[in-house]
Design a protein around this ligand. Structure first.
Ligand SMILES: C[S@@+](CC[C@H](N)C(=O)[O-])C[C@H]1O[C@@H](n2cnc3c(N)ncnc32)[C@H](O)[C@@H]1O
Length: 283
């Protein structure tokens, strides 16, 4: 083992178990990369160990090698578990508020022009904070306009977060900073949590979807796509392919918002950068 991160983690795992070696890291990094495009460099060995070790113990294995044997069939349902454990699902309501201000201007302008059909997509929706934020904004702006047919598609590759998103229940610290217009859409529960209710809930559809490879069933065209804080985990080639596919699904004039550290190389793409950070418009 030449990589210091791997050496450290192998040493630590020999004390705490289950035993974790360089070939384990390679196996899980390759498996995740092939399935969802997420790149796990050796520097992430400690994260891989920390996230998978409880599952390895739960299954009664004393080494990661045994877990690898268990996962020998590439179609084994346990791979879903691995994907869920190794994806990073951190999110927040109205994260990067400038994108919601842009979306608000975009929707108001479209409603002003008499557009009645609105299709939005949150393309890596985690536990639902992003698509519900989009839906709360739409619900607020379409009040008194029953003729507007709006929907928010929300997709992710992690089925556990999709289940949580469909329940739509959040801890008080998750909802403390909501803009005033969004608060009525959060109903307090007896245990102190809050559930998304009303129109925003009706507007969102949660679906499993992998941005990497395969057929994309959605046809669009979308008025806005948010694909934020997922491309950073992918290899540069995959980032470009995903952005290209997203761009083609936008309506002319539709907007694409990426995460704050994600940049689209717009050559050969039907999008151009606009003044709002990490945002693009379909041309
Ligand atoms: C950090 S969260 C971003 C959540 C939200 N978009 C935001 O910005 O707050 C990244 C999400 O991307 C999802 N993801 C990772 N690889 C994916 C893929 N290939 N296709 C779709 N979603 C993916 C993860 O499961 C995770 O929920």
């Amino acid at each position: 083992m030449t990589e210091p991160a791997l050496r450290d983690i192998a040493a630590a795992s020999s004390a705490t178990g289950p035993a974790f070696e360089a070939r384990d890291m390679r196996f899980f990094a390759d498996g995740v990369r092939q399935r969802i495009g997420v790149v796990l460099p050796d520097a992430k060995a400690a994260l891989v160990f920390r996230r998978l070790a409880p599952r390895v113990r739960e299954l009664g294995f004393d080494t990661f090698a045994r877990y690898r044997e268990h996962l020998a069939d590439p179609h084994d349902a346990e791979w879903e578990r691995v994907v869920a454990l190794l994806t990073t699902n951190h999110s927040r309501f109205f994260r990067e508020i400038h994108h919601f201000k842009l979306l608000s201007r975009h929707l108001e302008e479209a409603f002003g022009r008499g557009v009645k059909r609105m299709r939005l997509w949150s393309a890596a929706c985690a536990a639902g904070q992003e698509p519900y934020s989009m839906a709360m904004l739409v619900a607020h702006l379409k009040q008194g306009r029953p003729e507007i047919d709006a929907r928010v598609l929300a997709t992710d590759v992690d089925r556990t977060v999709l289940e949580a998103a469909a329940v739509g229940r959040y801890a008080p610290e998750d909802v403390g900073h909501l803009p005033r217009f969004a608060r009525p859409f959060m109903t307090p529960e007896a245990d102190g949590t809050f559930t998304v209710t009303g129109t925003p809930r009706d507007l969102v559809r949660f679906r499993y979807h992998n941005l990497i490879g395969g057929e994309w069933p959605m046809r669009g065209p979308f008025d806005a796509i948010f694909c934020r804080n997922v491309l950073i985990y992918l290899a540069p080639d995959d980032q470009t392919k995903v952005i290209k596919r997203l761009a083609r699904l936008l309506k002319v004039g539709g907007i694409l918002c990426l995460g704050h550290s994600e940049i689209a190389r717009t050559e050969d793409m039907p999008i151009k950068r606009i003044e709002v950070a990490s945002s693009y418009v379909r041309i």
